[in-house]
Write a protein that binds this ligand. Sequence first.
Ligand code: NDP
Length: 331
Amino acid sequence: MNQKFTALWVTENSDKTVTRQVLERSIDELPTGDVLIKVVYSSLNYKDALSATGHKGVTRKYPHTPGIDAAGTVAATTDNRFQVGESVLVTGYDLGMNTAGGFAEYIRVPANWVVKLPQGLTLQESMIYGTAGFTAALSVHKLQHAGLTPEKGEVLVTGATGGVGSVGVALLAKLGYHVVAGTGKASSHDFLKQLGATTIIPREELVEISNRPLSKGRWAGVLDTVGGDILTTALKSTKYMGYVSCCGLVASPDLNTNVYPFILRGVDLLGVDSVECPMSIRLPLWQRMASDWKIDLTQLMTDECDLATLNNQYIDKILQGQALGRVVVKL
Ligand code: NDP
């Protein structure tokens, strides 16, 4: 099929800088795969911005089309679990990393990556969630599965205005938790309160400088999206038998901690990976995000943009830590 479509195209220059442009590609140039999807919406995640700026930890080979999320309709399929015209979504796996991603009007992927759009969500809503929302839901799932219940006390969400953080705040609040939002944005307190946070803590107060092995235990749970010293401090400030989930690294990939939170307080550190999350967890979680866990998605301050605006504005903004809520890309 030689049909043309529009895509964001990132090329690497000889001096290792990258150039991004929106241009025409052809369906023949897509990778082989079982399901060809006409993308209607994608969304911007931090990882997309890394891929779009030449970060080899995310994308090894350029030229490349980023976009770890895509929602649309099946245009062609060799796998009979799916039908042409059916609404589907793909998040994670290798999409947008080393497989041409959702910042394009078409993707072609293995059938095992494809999720049928759950009843209760539109294509646009599924991308307001996107990987960020799914990761927040997976974090909450892991915290709950470990034993976190609302009556155990306050739950801290770090990077609270970001994609994962904002969905995390809204979902935990919906489920009855007492949510404390940690944020670097003084101007976002009303937004976070609207999402359901009862207390806001400025980012600088989330890092304890002292070398004390443990701090006063405050958190029953922590949904951390930033890593680094904030995660170190959160672990030290988690109460006896508390739970801390860890999914991100915007502050730092390093974690300088000691064993005391684990051996003196029995704190559980829970790793969260949405990329390879098995379908046995992924499918029921998407169903919940569309039903009893569905948050008021209109509160997420979602910006909608086209590929050109994504390229000119939003990729830089998320890299500068200026993202507020979610950015949905209309193809
Ligand atoms: P966003 O950029 O949308 O949000 C990150 C938020 O972190 C910012 O909005 C800001 O919130 C805060 N922040 C930014 N810079 C710093 C800093 N230097 N120190 C402390 N806080 C900072 O990203 P996402 O929410 O999409 O992703 C969050 C993290 O989770 C990323 O590292 C991402 O790679 C990771 N991730 C991991 C996944 C997994 O499967 N493990 C899947 C999806 C994302 P505020 O101003 O409110 O503090």
